[in-house]
Structure formats: C-alpha cells, structure tokens
Design a protein around this ligand. Structure first.
Ligand code: PSV
Ligand code: MN
Length: 395
C-alpha cells in the first residue's frame, strides 16, 4: 500500500471511531473488600461531565457518556433536565441509559424475575422510567443488565423466571421510541453463583428476539468464562444482525473491569477484526462501542484516557488488514500466510500513524502527557478533595 493510501485508511478509521465512556468510571469504586477513595474522583453529575469532557478533549473520540439511572438520575426526568444543561455546557451528550435493577433491598431475590409480582412490577416500572429518560435525553440505547439469579439448586424455578423476564422485556420494548433500542446484556455469574437468569449470549439472543426488532444483544467482554472465543460470539451475532453493542474492559479472571487491552490486547484486536470484516462484507451493522470499567487503583481520568487511546490504536491495527487479500488466503487454505497477514497488522506499531491523525485533526499529540501537563487532575484534587459517595460503586 502507498503511504498516502495507508494514511487515508487510518484517518478514515479514526474519524469513524467513537467509544462511549461510563459516568461510573470517574466515581469512587472498590471491591467487596473495600474502597480506596481518590481526591479527584467525581462525586456528582457536574464533575462526571467535566471529566468526560476532558477525556473527549484529549482523545477526540468520546463524545457521549453512559449514565446509570440510580447513580446519576435518582430523581428521574427531573435530573434529565440537569443532564441536558450539562450536555450544552460540556459538549458531552448523554449516552446509553442503564437502569439499576440490582441495588434496591427488594431485589434480593431478583428484579424482573422475582417470584413476587409486586417486586416484578417495581422493576418493570423502573425499566419504563428508564425508557422515558432515554426519550427525553434523545439517547438511543437503554442498556439492561440485571443481577437476577439464584445461589442454590432447587431454590428457584428457572423456567418461570424466563417467562417473567420475557414479559418485562416485551413491555419495555413496546414503550421504546422510534429511534430507541433495548440492549440485553448477559453475564455467567456474580452476584448469583448457581444460576444467572441471562447467563450467556444464546439466552440474551433469544430474549432479545422475543422482545422485538429493536432489542439487540450487548457483549461485555468481561462476562465470559476463561478462554471463551468472544470474537466467534461477535461473528455469530453480526451474522444474525443481533449485535447491539459492547461493554469493553479487560479481565484476568472474571468480571475484573480492568482497562481495555491491559491483559490481552490481541483479543480486542480480534474482536475489531470481526467487526471490520463484517463491515467490508457489507453486513448491516449498528454497533455501540462502550466502556464498562471501574478504576479502583488507577487515577480515573488518566485510566479513561489510556483506555480510549488503546481502543483507537487497536482499532487502527485491525483496519490495516487487507481484507481482500485475507479472504483469498482463507479460500486457498494458506494457513500460515493468512495467519501472518492477520498477525502482522497486530504487530505493527501504529502510534506514529495515530499521532499523524491527531496532528491533522488539531488534537493533542500525546493525550496522556497533555493530561499531566494540563494540571486537570491536580486541580480536581484540590477542588474536590477526598469524599465518599457520588454513585457508581457498590460499597
Ligand atoms: C455488571 O457487571 C455490569 O457489567 C453492568 O453493565 C452494569 O450496568 C455495570 O457493570 C456497572 O456496574
Ligand atoms: Mn457491563
């Protein structure tokens, strides 16, 4: 490929690449063993939007922020007005709306799948409120994850819970506006340890299909058993036109919520590879890239900038693969040549190319260095100081 051709390919890929950051990634979070409070952590909506705007300023790729209803919009539509005002002043728009169906005391035995009709009704109402918030904020996706499940065999009817869940999703789907979608997220375990009501992509796929055409599956990269082939799941969902979006993060063991690409960057590259291959083949695609991370030890804004930059680099690597050439090698079953072509792009140092794009688009050349130079975190530390609360953690 000529140098101009290469740059054009890279620039097009980066111009089109957007990734949504989560409000809770800026808040104090911890593990069940405790929480280390950070002085610069955001403890209210204003601070979360300010942090989001800083990440977007530095990377040019994160113009929307995912919101969690209980943590960010506890007063529902009233808070939506605050979000609209903040979007105006910061330039960061509301992203996916995440109902909270896991923190209320009543959800001890489940939310949409709770054996109590009264509690199921409460969960359904919250889901419908979330759809309304999404409408007000002109946000496209309502992103559903529940902690529902059970800890011991024989203690719950798995089949009855499927029916309750299907009813709740169909009701939410019927309330969606023209432009809205319902994304169904799955997770094999935690906090439930015997069965989870939406444990894998097959269950999520069936539930989404049953709910209606605007329901799609959300793949959280941390929600799989070790060594599962996530890109194959992605390929299947693309094949079925049922992939709605991602929650990107990395993991060493389970749902560790570590920063994207920190443990296995090749996996993210392989996932992007499937997406770009489907795009090249002209498949219908409407996939939301979102981050779902909790930065317990790293600085919040710093970790988020690092995440977005890593995502950009891995996406560019995947965009370097000559898809036509690869298809030819696959056809001939030239295994080593195909693998080398695929791997070669991964091993390419794309940082100078991404830097050239930043320069061309008037963005900081080194986002992390620019963050340090700007003194943003130090100022936030001085103004905010260490505080508890603010939403986004479980502790
Ligand atoms: C659950 O582990 C999850 O992945 C869901 O997406 C939640 O909304 C998010 O993390 C934040 O806790
Ligand atoms: Mn998630």
């Amino acid at each position: 490929m000529t140098t101009n051709g290469l740059l054009e390919r890279v620039f097009t890929a980066l111009d089109n690449f957007r990734i949504e950051i989560p409000s809770w990634g800026f808040a104090n979070t911890g593990t069940r063993f405790g929480k280390f409070v950070q002085a610069a952590a955001a403890t209210n909506l204003e601070e979360k939007f300010a942090d989001g705007a800083e990440v977007n300023r530095l990377t040019g790729a994160a113009p929307t922020m995912a919101l969690h209803v209980l943590w960010d919009l506890p007063n529902g539509l009233e808070d939506a007005e605050r979000v609209l005002a903040l979007a105006k002043t910061t330039g960061v728009q509301a992203g996916s709306i995440n109902p909270n169906l896991f923190q209320s005391q009543e959800y001890k035995y489940g939310s949409l799948c709770n054996p109590s009709a009264e509690i199921r009704a409460k969960a359904r109402k919250h889901l419908l409120n979330s759809v309304e918030i999404g409408k007000r904020l002109k946000s496209k996706d309502v992103s559903l994850w529940m902690a529902d499940g059970s800890n011991y065999p024989g203690t719950q009817s798995i089949r009855k819970r499927v029916d309750w869940l299907a009813e709740g999703l169909a009701e939410a789907h019927a309330a969606l506006g023209e432009e809205q979608r319902l994304l169904v997220e799955y997770k094999p375990f935690e906090p439930a340890f015997y069965h989870t009501d939406i444990a894998d992509w097959g269950m999520a796929l069936l539930l989404a299909k049953g709910a209606g055409p605007k329901a799609k599956v959300l793949v959280d990269t941390g929600h799989h058993y070790p060594s599962q082939n996530i890109e194959q799941i992605v390929a299947w969902l693309l094949h079925e036109d049922m992939l709605g979006g991602f929650h990107f993060n990395d993991r060493r063991y389970a749902d560790d919520d570590l920063t994207l690409g920190s443990i296995d960057p090749y996996q993210v590259y392989r996932i992007f590879g499937e997406l770009l291959s489907a795009e090249a083949d002209g498949l219908p695609m409407d996939v939301a890239y979102m981050v779902d991370q909790s930065h317990n030890l790293k600085g919040k804004v710093e970790a988020m900038v690092q995440t977005v930059v890593t995502a950009q680099e891995l996406y560019v690597k995947a965009a370097l693969v000559d898809r036509e050439q690869l298809a030819g090698l696959q056809e001939k079953c030239d295994l080593v040549a195909a693998e080398e072509l695929f791997r070669g792009a991964f091993w390419t140092d794309v940082r100078p190319l991404v830097k050239a794009w930043r320069e061309e688009r008037g963005l900081p050349l080194e986002p992390l260095a620019e963050l340090r130079r700007s003194g943003y975190v130090e100022r936030a530390e001085a103004i905010r100081g260490p505080k508890q609360g603010g939403g986004g953690g479980y502790a």
